[in-house]
Design a protein around this ligand. Structure first.
Ligand code: ZN
Length: 478
């Protein structure tokens, strides 16, 4: 309710109340986990429920203690302050005041001057709030660092990993993953981007060229009503189960997809547990991104719908986030044979831009992750030093982009529009690993669509009953 309208006084007050009371409730949950973990029947419980469940409880126990409840309340308040600021921000563009998702439509325009204008408006508006943005983040870094040290960790990194319930890889493994991306993917992406830019007549590749892949700009899909009708046809085409799922979502009005001022700026899929009902929030802006919502967020909802039937232990219905993002990011590709329903004759353009976008996301995601690691390893950095670090890392992960002279971005503040950095520390690498999975599903689907879908279903049916690595291996993926 709060994300639907972040200035609704009733739900805003509810949200404040939850920010305040949430950590206390988590503390009760922790006591419950401890009772299970310290039970004399632990071995029996582990056998009856699942070893994964108990491992996740162990991580829960390493993620909080009664001694940090006040800090958690403070963190929640800062997170809300950021979300509130971003949701309320309006961007003056060509005589209109636009919420961010509506402005970003122009980042995909075929006209380069329009794209530049869009990024200039984005940059100058964010820059006008830079004191607030820097201040909130600085306080977030310090409160997170303080909690970590109170819990006996050297810094927030280890605590952040526990919170993400990482149980099959550590910081070193992630560093190796990122190094592999720099070695193997960055050169390929750079070459693709620059070759493509040349075809589009772009001499110096700028940030505002990064969302354009084909002549004519973004392949615009059909309008909202037609999109939903096409999505129903698509899921019906994929089989009875996906078809039933999507019909249920529409009948239960489980979507809010219109962009509005004061609405939460991102997209998500959540679930009303009591009713086994997934719900999707998004901000349609008339670009191909709208279709991504109907495949990506619907992929999350579909996985939830399946797991509610196949996974007995409710707490294990959803895997850790790389697993969950594998559900959604793979669905973006596995729906490909029906994308023509959205794009008609522009379908090839969409396929190309979507696949390329998926690949170039990986270095960007690693950049976000690497940045966070540096920030929490050096909590004493000043806002200016953080920006410098971001720019330095940009050069490593996106060397093909020239940032010179761009407002806001030119001085390295571009990370401040990435909501995850404020809200969900260390979440971002999960998307990168999930993308590696989705590209494997995609490659397989080009060879044998049925087999790819079967593997996907085998992955989804297991919910969170295994670690991410074991889930991947269970369907012979790397
Ligand atoms: Zn997702």
């Amino acid at each position: 309710r709060y994300t639907i309208n972040t200035v609704d006084p009733f739900y805003l007050a509810e949200k404040d109340y939850y920010d305040e009371i949430g950590p206390e409730i988590e503390n009760l949950d922790l006591q419950y986990a401890s009772a299970v973990l310290d039970s004399p029947f632990r071995a029996e419980l582990e056998q009856a429920l699942s070893p994964i469940l108990l491992r996740s409880m162990e991580l829960q126990r390493r993620s909080m203690s009664p001694g940090i409840v006040d800090d958690m309340v403070e963190e929640n308040k800062l997170v809300s302050e950021y979300a509130q600021l971003m949701a309320g921000m309006l961007f003056p563009f060509r005589g209109e005041q636009l919420p961010r998702p509506m402005l970003m439509k122009y980042a995909r325009s075929a006209d380069r001057a329009t794209r530049r204008e869009c990024y200039e408006v984005l940059g100058t508006t964010l820059a006008a709030h830079s004191e607030q943005l820097d201040g909130i983040f600085d306080r977030l870094v310090h409160v997170r660092d303080r909690m970590a040290r109170k819990m006996g960790y050297e810094n927030f990194i280890e605590l952040g990993y526990c919170r993400m319930e990482r149980m099959c890889y550590d910081v070193q493994a992630v560093q190796t993953f990122r190094e592999n991306i720099v070695r193997d993917i960055v050169p390929v992406v750079s070459r693709l981007r620059l070759e493509n830019a040349k075809r589009l007549g772009i001499d110096t590749f700028r940030l505002y060229d990064n969302e354009v892949f084909t002549p004519g700009g973004d392949p615009t899909p059909c309008g909202k009503e037609a999109l939903f009708a096409a999505a129903q046809k698509m899921y019906d085409g994929m089989g009875d189960v996906p078809g039933t799922f999507f019909r249920m979502m529409c009948q239960n009005e489980a979507f809010d997809v219109d962009a509005r001022p004061n609405k939460w700026g991102g997209g998500y899929c959540t679930e009303f547990v009591k009713y086994h009902q997934p719900f999707i929030l998004a901000n349609f802006n008339g670009t191909s991104g709208d279709v991504d919502v109907l495949t990506h967020e619907a992929g999350h909802a579909f996985a939830d719908f399946i797991a509610s039937q196949t996974v007995a232990v409710r707490a294990l219905s959803c895997p850790t986030m790389e697993g969950a993002e594998t559900h959604s990011m793979s669905m973006e590709f596995l729906t490909a044979p029906w994308h023509h329903l959205f794009f008609g004759e522009l379908t090839d353009k969409y396929e190309l831009s979507h696949a390329e976008d998926a690949l170039l996301f990986i270095p960007y995601g690693c950049l976000v992750d690497h940045f966070q690691e540096e920030v929490y390893r050096h909590p004493e950095m000043t806002p200016e030093e953080r920006n410098q670090k971001w720019l330095e890392l940009e050069g490593r992960y996106r060397p093909y982009i020239n940032f010179d002279g761009l407002p806001f971005y030119g001085r390295g503040a571009g990370w401040q529009r990435q909501l995850h950095i404020y809200l969900y520390p260390f979440y971002y690498i999960d998307y990168c690993m999930a993308q590696v999975m989705s590209l494997q599903f995609y490659a397989l689907s080009l060879e044998d669509r049925e087999k790819a879908w079967e593997k996907y279903m085998a992955f989804v049916r297991q919910g969170g009953t295994k670690t991410f690595v074991d889930l991947a291996h269970s369907v012979d993926l790397r």
